[in-house]
Ligand binder design. Sequence first.
Ligand code: C5P
Length: 239
Amino acid sequence: MPCDLILALDVPTREAAAPILRQLRGQLRWVKIGLQMFTAYGPDYVREVAGLGFNIFLDLKLHDIPNTVAKAVESLGPLPIQMLTLHTAGGGEMMRAAKAAQQKTNPNLLLLGVTVLTSMDSAGLNEIGVTAQSADQVARLGKLAADSGLRGLVCSPLEVRLLRAKLPAEVQLVTPGIRLASEAGSDDQKRVMTPADAARAGSTYIVVGRPILQAADPAAAARMILAELASSKAEGLKG
Ligand code: C5P
């Protein structure tokens, strides 16, 4: 399956986002609206960006008791969104309740289960009492999510091969934690890979924020990543 780019629109204002979206309209398909922009502008902003022709990944990482998460999914379902995240750590009952609410309100919406945040490594997990290695914890949560009816997961690109081996092929794998080969630091991301490597490993989508947003020319950086994905796809077809 070819891998596509999702731009994480982690900027402070709609004015900051506007030129990037204008320049990438027609080239980039997916935009991720996360806590920063949703908290500032709410559902109207989701409708505004969808109105520009982008597919929307709403990254709210829901995590609460099953009834509360189900009600939130019911409220969000009518929005023009294609993907919505929740934390798999909320448990099987929470995910099943979310899935039932999604099927009722927006049958085409892909619910994505966040496994272990890509900013966490095994030491970070240990700090909160999870003694498993991060890869084992991701495998465990991924299996629980698939068994609970979810057909998409968010994980590090480093765990894609592991999950591909354990989960049904239809499960879509969305991977943040992407850094360009030229980048020195990785900010707060601990489990990272380049776009082409993530695509080759089997990511269905890569999510990229700061490597695009902090570039001197964000639209050019996004186009470069799209080209890198297209050439890794061509390579895959040859090989
Ligand atoms: O700037 P950067 O490319 O690190 O952005 C990654 C995006 O992916 C952020 O919006 C972050 O919230 C999101 N994300 C993540 N790890 C997860 C799930 C989502 O980094 N497990």
